[in-house]
Write a protein that binds this ligand. Structure first.
Ligand code: DX5
Ligand code: ZN
Length: 230
């Protein structure tokens, strides 16, 4: 298989990342919505992949990742909320995912993260909001991104969980201590207010579904979000 080469840069630059989640986009006008967020200055497209087991919802597959990859220059940031991520890393890499995030709850050890990197794709690791952030520590040397869930995964439009800012700050401390350049992404209930709080706590990548695609102009929503994290 042709080695994928991720378009996602190493963390640590000045620019903070806005990654609209297509889970909340108008799926009958997805190209229009992607054009809009791109015009508004979005950095990545966030693709929430759900299997109906790991989370009580079912969403998309590699074919949508392929379609989006073929349509936009924005990197595809894929969030696998799957019981068996090991079965889907290669199909999403082949589809053109630039970053593949798996959940700590669904892996045995670092092997799958190494496999993602071996495919030329950036590797991310996420965990549910009720899992100690400390559990990430042994895996930080294998990842380019940590995704702190600020809702229980499965649905867009939920509220930013209390205690999330503390978890983000703890993740930032762990990343600083490990000395590697790792994105700290947040996902769930992110809007202008919660993005500002998450940014203050140390996040530098922001997934937003409803706060972007629930607005009349997703482009304007991205610009507003950007103004709250600069
Ligand atoms: C997991 C999904 C959602 C989604 C963001 O549930 O990952 O968190 O991306 O949705 P909003 O921004 O609408 O909470
Ligand atoms: Zn997500």
């Amino acid at each position: 298989m042709m080695e994928a080469v991720s378009r996602i840069t190493e963390a640590g630059g000045e620019r903070r990342i806005i990654a609209p989640s297509v889970l909340s986009a108008d799926l009958m006008r997805l190209a229009r919505d992607i054009d809009s967020v791109s015009k508004g200055g979005a950095d990545w497209v966030h693709l929430d992949i759900m299997d109906g087991h790991f989370v009580p919802n079912l969403s998309f597959g590699p074919s949508l990742a392929k379609a989006i990859r073929g349509y936009t220059d924005l990197p595809v940031d894929t969030h696998l909320m799957l019981d068996n991520p090991q079965d889907f890393v290669e199909p999403f890499a082949k589809a053109g995912a630039d970053l593949i995030t798996v959940h700590l709850e669904a892996i045995e050890g670092p092997g799958l993260l190494e496999k993602i990197a071996g495919l030329g794709v950036r590797a991310g690791l996420s965990l549910r909001p009720d899992r100690p952030v400390e559990d990430l520590k042994p895996f930080l040397r294998y990842v380019d991104l940590v995704l702190i869930m600020t809702v229980f995964p499965g649905f867009g439009g939920q509220g930013f969980l209390p205690g999330s800012a503390e978890r983000i700050a703890e993740a930032r401390r762990l990343i600083a201590a490990c000395g590697r350049k790792i994105w700290l992404e947040v996902d769930g209930g992110i809007n202008k207010e919660t993005a500002a709080a998450a940014c203050r706590a140390g996040a530098d990548a922001f997934v937003a579904g409803n706060a972007v695609f629930g607005e009349k102009s997703p482009a304007e929503a991205v610009r507003n979000l950007r103004s709250s994290i600069n």
